[in-house]
Design a protein around this ligand. Structure first.
Ligand SMILES: [Fe+2]
Ligand SMILES: [Fe+2]
Length: 166
């Protein structure tokens, strides 16, 4: 599942980072070249993972983090490692700047294209199951996308505001 996601799914290895890049520009202005490398490697750890949000998929930030740690050191390792809220929480850390850009990236992903990818890999089933509050159960895929987009954009908005205060 993880490999398919990187090849032609939601986390397509060129397209998804591109939308994260655009979200980063929107939130923080142009990233440095080191940050760009982080943006393009943050989800590489999905490779070979049997699920997206389960035990294995949940550890996907570790691969990209290891790469950038070797090249750029600690600060960038943390940027990639804690791009996942789930992972950050597990390690009692705050989500990184990359987390909010990652969330907001859905704003730069056209609905039809996102759904095409999510359906073709079957990811959408897992996402809908996991990110489905009661509200989302009866929604069509298209309505679900609108709902999750709004959730992600709101998360990015409050996340970045809290960061400014901290
Ligand atoms: Fe990720
Ligand atoms: Fe991502």
């Amino acid at each position: 599942m993880g490999t398919r996601s990187l090849l032609f799914g939601v986390h397509q290895v060129f397209w998804h980072p591109w939308t994260v890049y655009r979200a980063w520009c929107y939130l923080y202005g142009k990233p440095t070249w080191k940050e760009i490398i982080c943006i393009f490697s943050h989800d590489l750890g999905y490779w070979g993972k049997p699920n997206m949000d389960g035990e294995e998929g949940g550890r996907h930030p570790e691969v990209g983090a290891k790469i950038v740690e070797r090249w750029f050191g600690d600060e960038y390792q943390k940027l990639v490692l804690y791009h996942s809220r789930h992972y950050a929480k597990l390690h009692s850390e705050l989500p990184s700047k990359l987390c909010w850009a990652d969330k907001l990236s859905i704003m730069f992903d056209p609905k039809w294209f996102y759904l095409l990818r999510a359906r073709s890999t079957g990811e959408i089933k897992e996402y809908r199951k996991n990110a489905g509050s009661m509200v989302a159960w009866n929604l069509s895929d298209s309505e679900w996308f609108d709902w999750i987009s709004a959730e992600f954009i709101e998360a990015a908005r409050t996340g970045t505001i809290n960061e400014e205060r901290a």
